[in-house]
Ligand binder design. Sequence first.
Ligand code: AMP
Length: 345
Amino acid sequence: MTEQILLFRTVFPKKRCEKGDDQWTFTADFGINSLLILHSTLLSMSLLVVGSIAYDTIETPMAKRENVLGGSAPFFSYAAGFFCPVQMVGVVGADWLPEYTEMFRKQGVDTAGIEIVPDGKTFRWSGKYHNNMNDRDTLETQLNVLGTFDPKLPDNYRRSQFVYLGNCAPSTCLSTLEQIQGADFVVADTMNFWINTTRTDLDRLLKRIDGLVINDDEAKMLSGELNTVAAGRKILAMGPKFVVVKKGEHGAIFVSEYETYVVPAFPVENVVDPTGAGDSFAGGMMGYITSQQGIFDGETIKNALVYGTITASFGIEGFSFDRYKEISRADINARRKIFRKMTSF
Ligand code: AMP
């Protein structure tokens, strides 16, 4: 069986993606003597994400935090921002704090795609973790401005090659896709809320994407299977070319028609708040894939799973974005080295 399991249409030659103080630089090798240094906007090399932007209230066995920044798009964007430029699409209300826009700008995330509804209220979610810090109950979901969100992408977002449709209404994901011509690589996430309430739209979405990232329980719910790998395989028949099943503290499994890969979770000793781990995992994974534009082969996929795992492992060491704000790509690389030592045999 060949290692090269999926070959996606790629328009650009291999490029290196490096983050400077305030902007990204790309070194693109177009052939024998041509080395071009181009700014990101020329190559539209960034990763576009659409998803929920939330104020979360989180209860763990140790502590409680109210109205902290959360949502699939922020966690995804911040994590992906360690690897490549990101364009974030989402909606917030008048209660949006400008300091968050600044936080994302510093991380290389373009927030021009965030719509602020002047008389609206930002989406709110509250959850309570069990003693194992892995399982949680949703206490409340207030859709607010997310309930009627109809994204309008800025012009420069419509040429994105790499797209992540985070956790939000499948109709919002579909409407985002309609506005992007010729995306090369589209990955989506979903959860029980949308599986239960918008199944017809979700089935349409599954036929339009390359990959699905989904929690273990939700993969089982979507497929009707009791076994994780069987669930992944059944979802492949619904449309995506690959499925990544997230298993919380037990890692993740990549399933495609040809190959199955597994990655354990990094053993974090001090888990403070696991909220957003799944979105951060997806952000690290997609950010790495975007930074490696070219052939999507086994090595790239395995590295992407590892970078997703390592990035998420930092996020859960603090509430909301507290821990992320303290780290850099160098910390991710250092932890990756430790992880490699732990898992190679
Ligand atoms: P994760 O821990 O990766 O599953 O992501 C948790 C984040 O998902 C939280 O910050 C919530 O704000 C967000 N979230 C929870 N429920 C929904 C929903 N129905 N739609 C979109 N985002 C949600």
